[in-house]
Design a protein around this ligand. Structure first.
Ligand code: NAD
Ligand code: UGA
Length: 485
C-alpha cells in the first residue's frame, strides 16, 4: 500500500537468494528511510540470514557481511512471514528462482514459471491498496503480461467486495555477477527499468537515484527490458564460448590463447573483458537464459536464430567434455583407482555457488571412469557437492556405482596427497601461489597438472618435475609464457 506522502516506505522482496539478499541489503544500506523485508519460504535460508555469526550468511560474497551488518534489524529484515510483509509493502520485488523446466512442454529449455506465478497469486491475494510489483527475476519476454493478468483478476474480485486494489508491474532485471555482487550493486553499469506507468517508474527510479547517477538509469518498455536481460547474458556467454572455441584452435596450432585474447581485446570495439578461456561457463543463469531465448525463438518460428544461440551451449558442453577426455588421454586412458585432486568446485572464484559449475560434469565423468576424487574448495560444502553430483547423475541417468568415490579435503596439501593429477577448475587466489616443489613430493609419478584457468606459473610447475597441460596452449610449448607479462 503506497503511503500518504506518496513515497516508497515499505519494500518486500520475495526470494532471499543470491539476488534478493544482496540487492535488498544494498537498497537498505543506501535508503535507511525505507523498511526492506526479504521473505522466503525456505526457513533455513532465513535463519542463516539472521545468524548472529555473520560468517554463516547463506551466501558468500566479498563485502556482503559489512553491508548486512550496517542495516540488519535497523531497516533490513529477513523473515518467513511472507504474507504479512506483502500486505504492508507498497513495492514488492519478485526475486524467486526461474530454472529450466524439467518436464512437460518446453522441457529442458523453457523457464519454469511456477514460483513466479505462486508469488504473483500471493501478492494479488494479500496486498492492499496500490502496489508496485517489480520483476527482479530473469523472465521470458512478456511474462509481465501474465503477472498483470493474475493481479488484475484479484483487482476485479476485490472490487466485488467493495475493496480498492490496484497494481503497476515493472521490469527491473538484475545484472550483478556473483563474486562481485556488492560492487556491481554499488556501481552498476546501468539500472534498467521497463514499464508503462510513469508514476511507478519514477518511484522505483527514486530509490536507485540515492546512489546511481541519473544517466545510468535507463527506462524502456517492459518487453525491451525483459529481452535486454536475456540478450545481455546471451552476449556474455557467447564471448566465453567464442574464446573457448579458439582455445582449442590454439592447442592445435601452437598459438597461445592468452596472447590471442590480449591482441583481440585491445581492439576498443571488442574490449578486453570477458575473454578468459576456461573450463566453460557455469552459474545458474547463462545456460538457462540462452535456452530460454532459444525456446522463445522456436516459439516464434525463428529457427535459424534459435540454432545460432543454441550453439553457444553446445560449445560449452563440448569444452567441459574435452577437458575430461584430455585427462583420460594423459593418464594412459585408464583412470581406474587413480587419485585426482580437484582444486575448485564453485563455478567461479569468490562465490560458494556450484550451480551449473563445470566441475560437476567433469567430476562426474572422472568418477565414471573409476578415479577417486580429492576435492578442495575454500567455500563449497560437502552437502553442495553431494547434491550437485546426485542431481547430475539422476538427470543424465548415469550408473551410480562410483558416485561416492570422492572426499572433500580441507587443504590443498591433503587434496594432492598421493594423487596422479591435479586439476584446477576454479581460479581461487590460493591456487595461484601453490608451492609446486612441495606438492610434487606428495604426488604419485608420473604426475600431471591440468590448469584450465591459466593461473599456474608454467616454469615453476615444470621445474618441480610435474607434467603440465594448460588450456589453450600447445603442449610442445614448454615455456608456456610466450613472453606475456
Ligand atoms: P535463488 O534460488 O538463490 O533464490 C530464490 C529464492 O526464492 C529461494 O531461496 C526460494 O526459496 C525463494 N522462493 C521461491 N518461491 C518463493 C515463494 N513463493 N515465496 C517466497 N520465496 C520463494 O535464486 P537467485 O540466484 O537469487 O536468482 C533469482 C532470480 O534472479 C532468477 O530469475 C535468476 O535468473 C535471476 N538472476 C540471478 C543472478 C545470480 O547471480 N544468481 C543474477 C541476475 C539475475
Ligand atoms: C552472469 C553475468 O555476468 C551477470 O551480469 C548476470 O547478472 C548473471 O550472470 C545472471 O544473470 O545470473 P555470473 O554467472 O554470476 O554473472 O558470473 P560471471 O562472471 O558472468 O561468470 C559466469 C561464468 O563464466 C563463470 O563460470 C566464469 O568462470 C565464466 N567466465 C567468465 C569465463 O570462463 N571467462 C571469462 O572471461 C568470464
Amino acid at each position: 500500500m503506497i503511503s500518504k506522502n506518496n513515497l516508497v516506505e515499505n519494500i518486500c522482496c520475495v526470494g532471499a537468494g543470491y539476488v534478493g539478499g544482496p540487492t535488498m541489503a544494498v537498497i537498505a544500506d543506501k535508503c535507511p528511510e525505507i523498511k526492506v523485508s526479504v521473505v522466503d519460504i525456505n526457513e533455513e535460508r532465513i535463519k542463516a540470514w539472521n545468524d548472529d555469526n555473520l560468517d554463516n550468511l547463506p551466501i558468500y560474497e566479498p563485502g556482503l557481511v559489512e553491508v548486512v551488518k550496517r542495516s540488519r534489524n535497523r531497516n533490513l529484515f529477513f523473515t518467513s512471514d511472507v504474507d504479512n510483509c506483502i500486505k504492508n509493502a507498497d513495492m514488492v520485488f519478485i526475486s524467486v528462482n526461474t530454472p529450466i523446466k524439467s518436464a512437460g512442454l518446453g522441457a529442458l529449455q523453457a523457464s519454469d514459471l511456477k514460483w513466479v506465478e505462486v508469488c504473483a497469486r500471493r501478492i494479488g491475494a494479500i496486498s492492499k491498496g496500490h502496489t508496485i510489483v517489480v520483476e527482479k527475476s530473469t523472465l521470458p519476454v512478456r511474462t509481465a503480461e501474465i503477472i498483470k493478468e493474475i493481479l488484475e483478476a484479484t483487482t476485479k474480485s476485490a472490487k466485488k467486495n467493495g475493496e480498492e486494489k490496484t497494481f503497476s508491474v515493472l521490469s527491473n532485471p538484475e545484472f550483478l555477477a556473483e563474486g562481485t555482487a556488492v560492487n556491481d550493486l554499488f556501481n552498476p553499469d546501468r539500472v534498467l527499468i521497463g514499464g508503462e506507468d510513469e508514476v511507478a517508474i519514477e518511484k522505483l527510479k527514486s530509490i536507485y537515484l540515492k546512489w546511481v547517477p541519473n544517466k545510468k538509469i535507463l527506462c524502456t518498455s517492459l518487453w525491451s527490458s525483459e529481452l535486454s536481460k536475456l540478450t545481455a547474458n546471451a552476449f556474455l556467454a557467447q564471448r566465453i564460448s567464442s574464446i573457448n572455441s579458439v582455445s582449442a584452435i590454439c592447442e592445435a596450432t601452437g598459438a597461445n590463447i592468452q596472447e590471442v585474447a590480449k591482441a583481440v581485446g585491445l581492439d576498443s570495439r571488442i574490449g578486453n573483458k570477458f575473454l578468459n578461456a576456461g573450463p566453460g561457463f557455469g552459474g545458474s543463469c547463462f545456460k538457462k537464459d540462452i535456452l530460454n531465448l532459444v525456446y522463445l525463438c522456436r516459439y516464434f518460428d525463428l529457427d535459424e536464430v534459435a540454432d545460432y544461440w543454441e550453439q553457444i551451449v553446445h560449445i560449452n558442453n563440448w569444452q567441459q567434455n574435452r577437458i575430461y577426455e584430455k585427462i583420460v588421454d594423459k593418464l594412459f586412458r585408464n583412470l581406474s583407482g587413480k587419485k585426482i585432486a580437484i582444486l575448485g568446485f564453485a563455478f567461479k572464484a569468490n562465490t560458494n555457488d556450484t550451480r551449473e559449475s563445470p566441475a560437476i560434469q567433469i567430476a562426474s565423468n572422472l568418477l565414471e571412469e573409476g578415479s577417486i576424487l580429492q576435492i578442495h574448495d575454500p567455500k563449497v560444502s560437502w552437502d553442495q557437492i553431494f547434491n550437485s553430483l546426485s542431481t547430475y547423475y539422476e538427470t543424465n541417468k548415469l550408473d551410480k556405482s562410483n558416485i561416492n568415490n570422492w572426499t572433500l579435503e580441507n587443504s590443498v596439501e591433503s587434496a594432492v596427497n598421493n594423487a596422479d593429477a591435479v586439476l584446477i577448475l576454479t581460479e581461487w587466489d590460493i591456487y595461484r601461489d601453490i608451492n609446486w616443489e612441495k606438492i610434487s613430493n606428495s604426488m604419485r609419478e608420473p604426475s600431471w597438472v591440468f590448469d584450465t584457468r591459466l593461473i599456474t606459473d608454467p616454469r615453476k610447475v615444470r621445474d618441480a618435475g610435474l607434467n603440465l597441460w594448460r588450456l589453450g596452449e600447445m603442449e610442445s610449448c614448454k615455456d608456456g609464457t610466450f613472453g606475456l607479462s
